[in-house]
Design a protein around this ligand. Structure first.
Ligand SMILES: [Fe+2]
Ligand SMILES: [Fe+2]
Length: 484
């Protein structure tokens, strides 16, 4: 299969997926004889014929990526809308993908249309997959195999959660080392203000990258959970981990991931140049104090020069450090006359930085946003403050309701999100319900899947009514989620 794939190009696969998706849409709106429909069927058939070099052709989703046969298709600016649409289309039908068998080459236009209509209508049924299998049998369509979404059942989830205990411990260790290493660097700079080695930091980041490539979920969770309560350096570690998760999802090379991690870890290093009273002032800052704070990205870039790192790494991380408070439209600070768009690292770090600031109880903001609202706030500013693609990738990583979001359920229960389906349109996470104890504290009750439906009515058993930042009830989510 892999050899055969060599003879086909990504553009052919994209063409096939494009034709598939357009046909699904036009067939929904227009009649069988409309030219858009008849032309659509023809184009789809041609695309299948040119892409199918073996006895079957499979398109499926795995880890939010689209594959045709074994080829992963590149997710980029041009393909993102189409891919997001297809992923959500399959997802709504309980499908991971479809396999078209060779006989499809001889299928009539009528049969192809019947398949597309069945597939489309199944999205409106309470049990889409069962309904679809039934429909295909009735229509006698034998050239399609449905690949069902691997359903995460309650038991599976719990056992995979236990299996992950080791990874969580490893991530916690990485987190602690990363925090300690930047504390050390900051201290050395304060003491000596001359060349400071960062070998330890580089090693920690390299280890994180190795582990994160294997499983980034545990790293995005640890960063959103605020495992430690001091803000000074945890912010930098959170931003670094979230940035590396974004970098991994957009397929950055290992080397670039390490540079990105180091850059993000040190992005606020310049704050050590700002007097403590200004940095931690509770009241509103006056104009001169604000100006001082706004200088910190410049200080970070300047301090980078005294760190002992390869000139190559320094060159890559200097500008993004300077940029981390500049917005996608180049507003923000420090004010520049640049017309160049932000660097990729700059765009990634500013996204992770903003999210961590918005959800941090130590931020200067008076009202705390729940994690999902923080994401919504950022999504609304995509294209202005943030790169729209990066925001989409970020929501894909964290889910609509990030781990640690406190929820009020229509059953009257309070619950914490413990695992969020990574697809952005999925709004039904796994949660841990909480029970109030006599002293006003909460204890863990049970893990439930919000995707669960009542077998008789087909309605969801639980609906989310409201979301909160867990700190408003004094809840430390890590106690409930990250402990074994
Ligand atoms: Fe900053
Ligand atoms: Fe920051």
């Amino acid at each position: 299969m892999a050899n055969a794939a060599k003879y086909r190009s990504y553009s052919q696969f994209e063409e096939l997926l494009h034709n598939f998706y357009s046909l699904s849409q036009t067939a929904r709106i227009y009649s069988d004889t409309h030219t858009l429909v008849t032309d659509g069927i023809e184009k789809f058939s041609i695309a299948i014929n040119s892409c199918m070099v073996n006895e079957s052709l499979t398109f499926k989703i795995s880890n939010d990526q689209l594959f045709v046969d074994d080829e992963k298709l590149p997710y980029n600016r041009t393909t993102k809308n189409l891919f997001d649409n297809i992923i959500s289309y399959f997802d709504a039908r309980g499908l991971e993908g479809v396999r078209l068998l060779e006989a499809v080459k001889h299928a009539s236009a009528k049969e192809i249309l019947a398949f597309m209509r069945l597939l489309d209508s199944s999205g409106q049924k309470p049990e889409p997959l069962i309904w679809l299998i039934n429909g295909l049998t009735v229509e006698n369509i034998k050239w399609v195999e449905l690949i069902r979404k691997s359903e995460i059942l309650q038991g599976d989830w719990e056992s995979s959660y236990k299996d992950k205990a080791e990874r969580r411990e490893r991530a916690l260790r990485d987190y602690t080392y990363a925090k300690a290493s930047i504390e050390e660097v900051a201290q050395k700079i304060k003491d000596r203000k001359r060349e400071v080695g960062i070998r330890k930091t580089v090693r920690v980041v390299q280890d994180i990258v190795t582990n994160l490539i294997e499983d980034d979920e545990v790293y995005s969770a640890i960063s959103t959970l605020r495992v430690f309560d001091d803000y000074t350096f945890t912010h930098s570690v959170n931003v670094a981990m979230l940035s590396m998760c974004i970098g991994r999802r957009i397929n950055l090379s290992r080397r670039n991931l390490v540079n990105l991690g180091i850059c993000a870890l040190f992005h606020d290093l310049g704050k050590i140049e700002i007097p403590y009273e200004v940095l931690h002032k509770k009241d509103e800052l006056d104009a001169s104090e604000l100006r001082l704070i706004e200088e910190h990205s410049l200080y970070s870039a300047r301090l980078l020069l005294i760190l002992k790192a390869s000139p190559d790494s320094k060159a890559r991380i200097l500008v993004p450090m300077f940029e981390h408070h500049l917005k996608y439209d180049l507003s923000g600070y420090p004010r520049t006359d640049w017309k160049n768009p932000l660097t990729l690292f700059g765009k990634i770090i500013s996204t992770a930085d903003k999210y961590d600031t918005l959800t941090s109880s130590r931020s200067y903001r008076k009202s705390l946003l729940s994690p999902d609202r923080a994401l919504g706030y950022m999504f609304d500013r995509a294209g202005r403050d943030f790169d729209p693609t990066i925001i989409k990738v970020f929501i894909n990583i964290l889910g609509v309701y990030p781990v640690g979001t406190l929820l009020k359920i229509d059953t009257g229960e309070l619950a914490l999100v413990v695992s969020s389906p990574s697809r952005e349109f999925s709004k039904r996470p796994f949660v841990c319900t909480l029970e109030k104890e006599a002293h006003g504290t909460y204890k863990k009750k049970e893990i439930v899947n919000l995707d669960e439906r009542d077998t008789e009515t087909g309605n969801y058993v639980r609906e989310i009514v409201e979301t909160y930042h867990p700190s408003i009830l004094g809840i430390q989510p890590v106690k409930y989620i990250f402990s074994s």
